[in-house]
Design a protein around this ligand. Structure first.
Ligand SMILES: Cc1ncc(COP(=O)(O)O)c(C=O)c1O
Length: 435
């Protein structure tokens, strides 16, 4: 089928959603036909350096051979199974997840998406504590099911709501634009204290949990300062509330260790993983401690979907973990991150537009500003650079509160030459935008 025909059929038969790009409309953008490693190809044969890793789910590289092999083998044995009995790949995946986590994080519940894993995490916290109130960051994103939309303040969409009750917004420690900045060190403690005070009042002093992304991804690749995480951990411990990390974007080796909590040294009570856990297949998990699991189960922990123990996806999950561990991919994530950041620092020297460089490993961002002093967001430039890059073979996303943060998630398979090629495309885009 030709490109125009596919687009015409899509317009005819598919419901438009806001997930589609608002910079280059899907009707004008590429129709993806195939992919391999760090490259995606459209129906016209054009190639793209895929610095979105698909939808961040092909971070092992598109069509990873190990995943292909396990799909072939498992599909001949058992693709789908009942959720009311155990199956082998499901139990194996739970064991593997325990082996790559630090104790006491060792018990898993499975799902199919980032959204449902976060719903499960909130549910675990509510059941285990017997409380309801949940805090989440103003720039966080945890999914687009109705209950995760309710804790995704950065994705608040006009006309939606009312949200799930007993959820409360906490200020994001966004150091680059900290409104509380007092010139002193540790200004990120101000959002922590304001947030906790508000949460205490709103929850009558008894919150169930706070959920955060260790690097707030869609909110603009904002790395939460370690002292914020340490402080949050302490404050929640004081209240008997749980700390949940949404590691959809930071987990499974992307930041240089298997999980972000191992990078920052502040452990959550529940963490969620999804995205490339299945090496490109849909599987997610909420992982917690024996204590939280037992408390939740005691009070009737009801969750699960028809596909939430699918042996095909779980077998892919096992293979994906083996690939990350055996090939020491976290080490490659550090190398890619350092190489990319040195490219970005070189760009920042030549273009005032680059206001801030953020992120780690395979989750990187640059914030574009019109003026480094006023930090006025360069939203239009970001859109122009995106458009230019897409038409010259580089895919990434534009995120953040002001839609001025370029986010890059290259797969582990990306070579240094590909990183340099991407930086050159970006530079041409910036040069053009600057006029
Ligand atoms: C941090 C984070 N959590 C949750 C989600 C939702 O995942 P899904 O789209 O698989 O439901 C996303 C999606 O991008 C995400 O970035």
């Amino acid at each position: 089928m030709k490109r125009d025909e596919i687009v015409a059929k899509a317009k005819d038969y598919m419901v438009r959603t806001t997930l589609l790009s608002d910079i280059v409309p899907a009707e004008e953008g590429p129709v993806i036909a195939r992919a391999e490693g760090s490259l995606s190809f459209d129906t016209e044969g054009n190639s793209y350096l895929d610095f979105n890793s698909g939808q961040m789910c092909s971070t092992l590289g598109h069509n990873n051979p190990r995943i292909q092999k396990v799909i072939e083998q498992q599909s001949k044995v058992l693709t789908h199974a009942s959720t009311v009995y155990y199956n082998m790949p499901q139990v194996e995946l739970a064991e593997r997840l325990a082996s790559i986590n630090d104790p006491p994080l060792r018990k898993s519940v499975f799902g199919e998406s980032g959204s449902d894993s976060n719903e499960v995490a909130v549910l675990l916290a509510r059941r285990a504590t017997g409380r309801l109130a949940v805090g989440a960051l103003t720039q966080g994103f945890h999914g687009l099911s109705d209950s995760t939309r309710a804790i995704s303040y950065s994705a608040a969409t006009a006309g939606y709501g009312p949200p799930m009750p007993e959820v409360f917004a906490l200020p994001t420690p966004y150091c680059y634009r900290c409104p509380y900045k007092t010139d002193g060190k540790g200004c990120c403690m101000a959002p922590l204290h304001f947030g906790m005070e508000t949460l205490d009042r709103q929850s009558a002093g008894a919150p169930a949990a706070v959920i955060v992304e260790p690097i707030v991804s869609a909110g603009g690749v904002i790395e939460l300062p370690v002292e914020y995480l340490q402080g949050l951990r302490k404050e929640l411990d004081k209240r008997g509330a749980l700390l949940i990390y949404d590691e959809a974007q930071t987990g499974m080796g992307k930041l240089g260790k298997m999980f972000a909590y191992q990078v920052y040294g502040v452990r959550p009570d529940v963490l969620t993983v999804s995205k490339h856990l299945g090496g490109g297949l849909a599987v997610s998990a909420a992982i917690t401690t024996d204590d939280v699991a037992e408390r939740a189960s005691k009070y009737g922990f009801s969750t699960g979907h028809s596909h939430s123990s699918d042996p095909l996806a779980c077998a892919a999950g096992v293979a994906s973990i083996d690939e990350i561990v055996e090939k020491d991919l976290p080490k490659r994530a550090i190398e890619i991150g350092e190489h990319w950041q040195s490219n970005m620092r070189a760009l920042a020297q030549r273009y005032e537009l680059v206001g801030d460089i953020r992120g780690r490993g395979l989750l990187q961002g640059i914030e574009l500003v019109k003026d480094r002093f006023t930090k006025e967001p360069a939203t239009q430039v970001a859109a122009d650079v995106y458009r230019y890059s897409l038409s010259h073979g580089l895919m990434f996303s534009v995120r953040g509160k002001f839609k001025n943060v370029l986010r890059f998630v290259p797969p582990f398979t990306t070579t240094n030459a590909q990183l340099d090629q991407a930086a050159e495309i970006l530079e041409s885009g910036l040069r053009r935008a600057k006029g």
